[in-house]
Ligand binder design. Structure first.
Ligand code: SF4
Length: 169
């Protein structure tokens, strides 16, 4: 998924739009420990701190898609949005001379008619599920509304109201 994202979105080696965290889980002396992998990316927040702080409105939440988008020409490189993001989801792209981050491949794929972001299409384990949460027939909707499923978001205390959800198996 990382490689697909890099190829698709011209991500340099000093930045990332999505990354995979390795999390060690300790189950106590009887059960030992194991490692789990957690994808991270821009959470396309409903109350995005990055948008609030941008002095040039170079970034905003697109009303139709809900995706937080960037207008590179309007970015002055102040990096305030990078500091404001509680998910460390932004980096400064030297080539674009603008801050860059995941836009669910809106610019490079979805706006051109593709159904899925590159990472979702590339994942061999069906870990990343992408869709329209407002569509009650969608797979994401049913995944998040299955009784007994544990659903969580990262750093809920920030009140950014993220739209990236994690579920148990
Ligand atoms: Fe903005 Fe960070 Fe939320 Fe993405 S995760 S919308 S960059 S605050």
């Amino acid at each position: 998924c990382k490689r697909a994202c890099i190829r698709q979105n011209d991500v340099p080696d000093y930045g990332y739009r999505t990354d995979i965290l390795e999390v060690k889980l300790d189950h106590g002396p009887e059960f030992g420990s194991d490692t789990t992998f957690m994808p991270i990316l821009c959470n396309q927040c409903n109350n995005p701190p990055c948008v609030r702080v941008c002095p040039t409105t170079a970034t905003w939440k697109d009303e139709r898609t809900g995706i937080i988008v960037m207008k590179n020409e309007a970015c002055i490189g102040c990096k305030t949005c990078m500091t404001a993001c509680p998910y460390n989801a932004r980096y400064f792209h030297e080539g674009k001379r603008a801050v860059d981050k995941c836009d669910f491949c809106w610019e490079t794929r979805l706006s051109k008619g593709k159904a899925f972001p590159a990472c979702v299409e590339a994942c061999p384990a069906d870990v990343r599920v992408f869709g329209d949460l407002a569509d009650t027939e969608s797979r994401v909707f049913s995944l998040l509304h299955t009784p007994g499923k544990l659903v969580w978001v990262l750093r809920p205390e920030t009140k950014a109201i993220p739209n990236v959800f994690y579920v148990n198996h």
